[in-house]
Design a protein around this ligand. Structure first.
Ligand code: DON
Length: 575
């Protein structure tokens, strides 16, 4: 029997045999116990948007002012981010969205994740000596999945928006055509990736005008991307997945050694899925199902935590408890999760409170549990790319979208004169079994590459509906997305404001490597010493994340919007 499986059975066994030492906590009272004095607001009456770039936030408000709703605004924000924040997300990437439709009180999950091309061949990601070829996984056309972003935005506009697509795409098209001043983060990304951008003439033509990164303060234009968005505005899906754009994409990818076909593009579909719903202390958390690992991992973490009273713990024991919950969730992430259209996952077990009861029993009160049942993977530093935005409109429609081209500037490969920068999402597959991807994540067969399959994601766009307050939340950060969003939700449940939530210092654990990543200042000296005594290895790490949160206090009917202070280009605004 495999060791991990045996360990799991031991854990489950404990759940049913050991005294339920912590079980009382499972029925702990909700954090908010006072009934509201005044009736709760049913609609906000105005809107809030928080995104990673002020031009994108303003594009969203522009579309709301034209009579659009949160879903039209989301199309405007996402397409504008494709132009002004291409290092993080865009037309050649994919996204995941959690939506709340106020009129029907319905929660929806929209999966616009990339897929592997039919001709995907795992051997392409190995060197002749059998070692992983990290260049093929992360750069150039072999690293790119079939984009989902255009199909996702077309779907959003068609099924949930009020305005024609061309109105919602207008700000992005205008900004791409007329130009804008790139922010320091984009300039630094282009400088950092210059060598790879120079490998492909169309990438150099787009990002290195005159052979150099754009100068600080200079206006930068992307007329090719404007034209591609215009075709989408005019023809919908067919403007990207068929006809001129599709032909150009396939020709460019194949000429550079890739294997896309017209059929891969024509066959791409955005998919609606049932979101994962977690009940934590009276708060309903609506979040991402597979092919994101976020919702399942957060459900495990919150189910484990619901048996503890964190408010009664000192900081070291609180962190210990949360990290042990993270450890158990990420172990299962590595073992089980993948694209639901391709793999059978034991979701009923993973999401079950009884399973969490078992995992909870295995947490020692003041000692770390080593992750050493599985081989170790080396630590990796996730770059801060990918983007998240949150919107709530005057009627209470809500959108949480996390969108990505994966690593900094994706594959760095621009396809011909389409202006489309392709993603490098193929690295989110377990391309080589038990070898870490760029986020240090290991995967199993469940997440092995196959034609048409979606690679597992950590993206966790979430909507949290509490007894009196509501939040829309998410962040980039590779594998840390899950723990950031989970910590953000915890702080929201504990009463924090949007500003506090995005500013809070963070810690992260993902089973392997068996360390706790810590942001400077997250723990005081006594807590760090106590955690080390419990057996944790604390690993200092540069600040991570770019969280964008909006909240709605339904008691006072006030909206709040906040963008992560770690990245000054973001803008949270209420209007
Ligand atoms: O889908 C995923 O999980 C990754 N492609 C997200 C990448 C990411 O967040 C990079 N940012 N730091």
């Amino acid at each position: 029997m495999n060791l991990a499986l045996r360990w799991r059975i031991v854990l489950l066994g404990l759940a049913f045999t050991a005294a339920p030492a912590f079980a009382a906590g499972a029925t702990a009272a909700p954090a908010t116990t006072q009934p509201a004095a005044a009736p709760l607001a049913q609609r906000p009456g105005h809107a809030a948007i928080a995104s990673a770039n002020f031009l994108a936030t303003n594009a969203g408000f522009e579309v709301l002012a034209k009579g659009g709703n949160a879903f039209d605004a989301a199309v405007a924000v996402a397409s504008t981010l494709s132009v002004v924040e291409p290092e993080s997300s865009g037309i050649g990437g994919g996204f995941m969205a959690t939506l709340h439709v106020a009129k029907t009180n319905r929660d929806v999950f929209l999966d616009a994740r990339e897929t592997a091309p039919a001709a995907v061949n795992p051997k392409d990601y190995l060197n002749p000596d059998g070692t992983p070829n990290r260049d093929a996984a992360l750069k150039g056309p072999l690293s790119a999945g079939i984009p989902g972003e255009p199909a996702g935005l077309v779907w959003l506009a068609k099924h949930y928006g009020r305005l024609p697509l061309k109105d919602s795409l207008a700000p992005a098209i205008r900004i791409a055509r007329d130009g804008f001043k790139p922010d320091p983060r984009l300039l630094a990304s282009i400088k950092g990736e210059q060598k790879d951008l120079e490998r492909w003439p169309a990438s150099a033509a787009k990002f290195l005008p005159g052979g150099k990164p754009p100068a600080a303060g200079a206006v930068w234009r992307d007329p090719n991307q404007a034209r591609t968005w215009e075709r989408v505005a005019e023809k919908g899906d067919a403007g990207f997945y068929q006809g001129e754009t599709a032909r150009k994409l396939v020709a460019a990818v194949r000429a550079a050694g890739g294997n896309w076909t017209l059929a891969d593009l024509a066959g791409y579909r955005a998919k609606e899925r049932q979101p994962i719903v977690i009940d934590y202390r009276g708060y309903r958390i609506v979040t991402a199902p597979p092919p994101s690992s976020g919702g399942v991992a957060m459900a495990e973490i919150f189910n484990i935590l619901s048996g503890f009273d964190l408010s009664k713990m000192d900081q070291a024991h609180r962190v210990h408890t949360i990290v042990e919950a993270m450890r158990r969730a990420f172990r299962d992430h590595n073992d089980y999760l993948g694209d639901p259209d391709f793999v059978k996952m034991p979701l009923a077990m993973l999401l079950s409170p009884y399973y969490a009861d078992g995992l909870r029993q295995s947490i020692l009160p003041d000692r770390a549990t080593p992750s050493s049942m599985l081989p170790h993977g080396p630590a990796h530093d996730p770059g801060m790319h990918t983007t998240h935005f949150s919107i709530i409109d005057k009627d209470g429609n809500m959108v949480a979208i996390t969108s990505t081209v994966n690593y900094i500037l994706g594959s760095t490969f621009v396809a011909g004169d389409t202006g489309v920068l392709l993603n490098d999402e193929m690295d989110d597959f377990a391309l080589v079994p038990n070898k870490p991807n760029v986020y240090g994540l290991l995967g199993s067969k469940a997440n092995a590459p196959e034609g048409g399959k979606r690679m597992l994601s950590s993206m966790s766009p979430s909507i949290v509906i509490g007894p009196e307050r509501t939040a829309v939340i998410g962040s980039p950060g590779g594998s840390t997305i899950i723990t950031q969003v989970m910590e953000g939700i915890l702080h929201f449940v504990e009463g924090q404001s949007a500003q506090q939530i995005v500013s809070d210092k963070r810690f992260h654990h993902q089973f392997l490597p068996d360390v706790v990543d810590v942001e400077d200042g997250v723990f005081d000296a006594a807590t760090s010493a106590e955690l080390k005594r419990m057996g944790y290895t604390l690993k200092p790490r540069e600040p991570w994340g770019f969280m964008n949160v909006v909240t709605w206090d339904r008691r006072t009917n006030t909206l709040d919007a906040a963008s992560d202070p770690r990245r000054p280009s973001g803008l949270g605004k209420v209007q």
